[in-house]
Each structure stands twice: as C-alpha cells, then as structure tokens.
Ligand binder design. Structure first.
Ligand code: PEP
Length: 251
C-alpha cells in the first residue's frame, strides 16, 4: 500500500514572519488530525533552516525547490545537494515547469539533478507535464514519457520508489484550471505503466503526485483516482487552512 504524500511548493514566496505563521498553523493541524499522509513543505532556500527548526519533532518534513548538479565548489549563486542534506532537507523538487520554461532546464539537466539528489540521499520529486499546445496537438503522452525516460535512462528504475514523480500539466499550474480527475488519471496510469515496463514491483510502490491548481474544493475528486497518490500544491500551500484541508482529503 502506497502512503499518500502532499508537498507544498511555496515558490519564491515568503518571509520570516510568513514562515513562522504558516508553519505554526500547519503544525497544529497536522498534529491534531493527520496520520495516513506524509506532508512536506518546500520553502525558498533561505527559510529552510527556520522551517527545519520549527518542524523538529513533528511529522512534517522539509524539502527544497531546486539544487545544482555539482559538488560544492566554484559555482556562484548555486546550492549543492550536500548542503540541503546538511540542513536536514528530505526532498527536493526537480524539473518544475517554471525551471524548465524560465531557466531553460533541459530534460538532460533534470536527469543530472535527480542523480545529484540521489547521491546525497535526498528524495527527488521529479516534475513532468505538457504545455497546452502539446496537449492540443495530442502529444501529452509522448512528452511526458520522454521527460520521464531521460531520467530513467541516466538513473535507472532503481531510484524508485525512493524518488517520486509529479505530473503537472503546465496549463494547470497557477491558472485555476485543474486537470479533470480523468485527464490526470490517464497520464498517471501512463507514467506507472512506463515504470512497470522496467520493474512492475517498483512501479506499484512508486508515489505519483498530481499538481496544478489543486484547491480544497477539487482535491477529493482528483485524489480519488487509483494512480494518484497525492499532490504537489502551489498557491494553496501558502494558506495553512487550505493546505491542511487538501492534506485531510488524502486521508
Ligand atoms: C506548483 O507550483 O507546482 C503548482 C502546482 O502550483 P498551483 O497549485 O498554484 O497550480
């Protein structure tokens, strides 16, 4: 049985005060009511130490939103996997569509980032997903499979179930327009089949998250699909009551 997983991606939002307020709210809610869901928050790098400190002794884990592929050294402005591990991060988001679109991250680079995360024993949350154009051209399956395969070609299937895949249709991120439960389930089934072609046991144990305009109102419908094991949540992760309501809908 796969445990559910809900991950909050704060993107480039936050402050010390906001981190303190949001995590105080989450801590109370998670301690009170959640037992069957793993919960992770991914603040901007600067707030990771505060988040780790505030969440010590709770079931909520901390992740990062990105990492560099290199070992520590002369890479101005970057953050290495070892540094995230030292700060007690457990997860790292890799290949978010904003990184691919705004910072030119290729699928090759994403695969190398997964490798760097695995080497430091950080669980990568590997984001895949098609643009609206690609969906309308009927290319969703091909695009998602290619993004996944470049990770598998470099890293092998044995990264799973330690690694997690997040299907995030680009057209659904931050737009208020979520994929329907059927649209999401169809792609999740394809992702699981693609992993199963290499190792069916591992595929069955791997957690597949959906991300894209998940809100308390639509969470239950999306999460009730058989191949959807949780969510990667953006906007709604910035409001403690919304994020908690989404987590509760996975129970
Ligand atoms: C995201 O940032 O990965 C995301 C899914 O954002 P939102 O929930 O706001 O669409």
């Amino acid at each position: 049985m796969r445990r559910s997983l809900v991950v909050g991606n704060w993107k480039m939002n936050g402050s010390v005060v906001m981190t303190d307020d949001l995590l105080t709210g989450l801590k109370e809610g998670v301690v009170r009511s959640l037992s069957a869901v793993d919960v992770v928050v991914c603040p901007p790098f600067l707030y990771i130490p505060l988040a780790v400190q505030m969440l010590a002794g709770t079931a909520i884990e901390v992740g990062a939103q990105n990492l560099d592929i290199h070992k520590p050294g002369a890479y101005t402005g970057e953050i290495a996997a070892e540094m995230l591990k030292e700060q007690r991060c457990s997860y790292v988001i890799v290949g978010h569509s904003e990184r691919r679109a705004l910072y030119g991250e290729s699928s090759d680079l994403v695969a190398q980032k997964v490798k760097a995360a695995m080497a430091a024993e950080l669980k990568p949350i590997i984001c895949v997903g098609e643009t609206l154009d690609e969906r309308e051209r009927g290319d969703t399956g091909r695009v998602v499979r290619e993004q996944l395969m470049s990770v598998l070609d470099l890293n092998g299937v044995d990264i799973f179930p330690f690694a997690v895949v997040a299907y995030e249709p680009v057209w659904a991120i931050g737009t208020g327009r979520s994929a329907s439960p059927d649209q999401a389930q169809e792609v999740h089934a394809l992702i699981r089949e693609s992993i199963a072609e290499l190792n069916p046991v591992v595929a069955d144990q791997t957690r597949l998250l959906y991300g894209g305009s998940v809100k308390p109102e639509n969470a239950q419908g999306i999460f009730s699909s058989p191949d959807i094991d949780g969510g990667l949540i953006g906007g709604a992760a910035l409001v403690a009551s919304d994020f908690l309501a989404i987590c509760a809908s996975m129970e």
